[in-house]
Design a protein. Structure first.
Length: 320
């Protein structure tokens, strides 16, 4: 019987975490271990985890982001040499037979990973499961999947978010751990890209279900009639911008000269447009301009300073 360790990363979502753990404990295919990486939660999560004798708990004093949590949680489980690793955020709940269905996929060992279908409010969002295509601009690497008429089929895909991705030991051994320096956003894209290039496709099982609770998004404020991230919530945008640009820039040595020109032009246009929007519409203009300039340049030059956004914005320790 294959041994499976679930790896859950949590930060200040105790209510969601309890539901996630409850769903893992109820799996029809028993888990060999549930590893919880606590990103320095301040909402009573640590006290609750201390009472859960069946969990393996890892705790960071500081918030290392989802990427840091998955890096350290997967590292811990990998060193224990479980056969499979089921990675997920704290705000999701797999159905009772989810793991059993995944492990029943024919020739499962031939895939880089296995993934259930993600549901949000009973709908299937496009951005959790996708294929990856490169274009010489700053658009997303993710390409939405075509709708399948047969819901019982298995689709071979390139990308699965860290919402229920099941990885075999061999895949982690081949590609390593998630990049902790990404902090949050696009860490799963980068990891899926490594899987695609070094191992192969991910099997998406349409009949296996995992529900994602849709965590609240950073609060928006109104300024001059335009919705903008409140200055104390803006920090989270830094990592997505930086990491996406880095992923596009990383392919630079393989690009044709024309594609290098197109990528550079896309970068310059995107940054200029962002700065103009700030100048015309936003408050705290100088802070925001410095913030966006740093995010774009750090992505282009591969600088991973995760303290930089809160230093620029002069805010307290960021929350995931």
């Amino acid at each position: 019987m294959n041994t499976v360790a679930a790896i859950v990363v949590t930060y200040n979502r105790l209510v969601d975490l309890k539901e996630c753990i409850r769903s893992l404990r109820r799996q029809s295919y028993p888990l060999a271990a549930i590893v919880v990486f606590n990103n320095g939660s301040t909402d009573g999560t640590a006290d609750w985890l201390a009472q859960q004798t069946d969990l393996f708990c890892l705790t960071s004093r500081n918030n290392l982001g989802g990427a840091g949590g998955f890096h350290h949680g997967l590292k811990y489980a990998f060193e224990k040499q479980y056969d499979w690793f089921w990675v997920m955020d704290d705000d999701c709940s797999p159905e009772e037979g989810c793991l059993e269905k995944l492990l029943a996929i024919p020739l499962k060992e031939t895939y880089a990973g296995l993934a259930p279908t993600v549901y949000e409010e009973d709908k299937i969002p496009a951005f959790h499961r996708a294929n990856l295509t490169y274009s010489p601009n700053l658009s997303s690497l993710q390409e939405p999947l075509e709708e399948k008429g047969n819901s019982t089929s298995i689709s071979a895909i390139d990308f699965a978010s860290f919402v229920g991705l099941l990885l075999p030991y061999s895949s982690v051994q081949a590609v390593g751990l998630p990049r902790s320096e990404f902090f949050i956003h696009n860490d799963d894209v980068e990891y899926s890209l490594r899987l695609k290039n070094q191992v192969g496709k991910i099997a998406l099982l349409h009949t296996a279900r995992i529900d994602h609770f849709c965590a609240s998004k950073p609060a928006l404020s109104q300024f001059n009639g335009r919705s903008a991230y409140a200055i104390d919530k803006l920090w989270i945008r830094f990592y997505g911008i930086r990491n996406n640009i880095w992923l596009k820039r990383e392919a630079w040595p393989k690009l044709k000269p024309l594609h290098k020109i197109r990528l550079t032009g896309s970068f310059a246009k995107a940054l200029s447009t962002q700065l103009i929007q700030v100048a015309l519409h936003d408050d705290h203009k100088l802070k925001r301009m410095k913030f966006y300039t740093a995010a774009y340049l750090d992505g282009w030059f591969g600088v991973f300073d995760n303290e930089k956004p809160r230093t620029i914005l002069a805010i307290n320790q960021p929350q995931k």
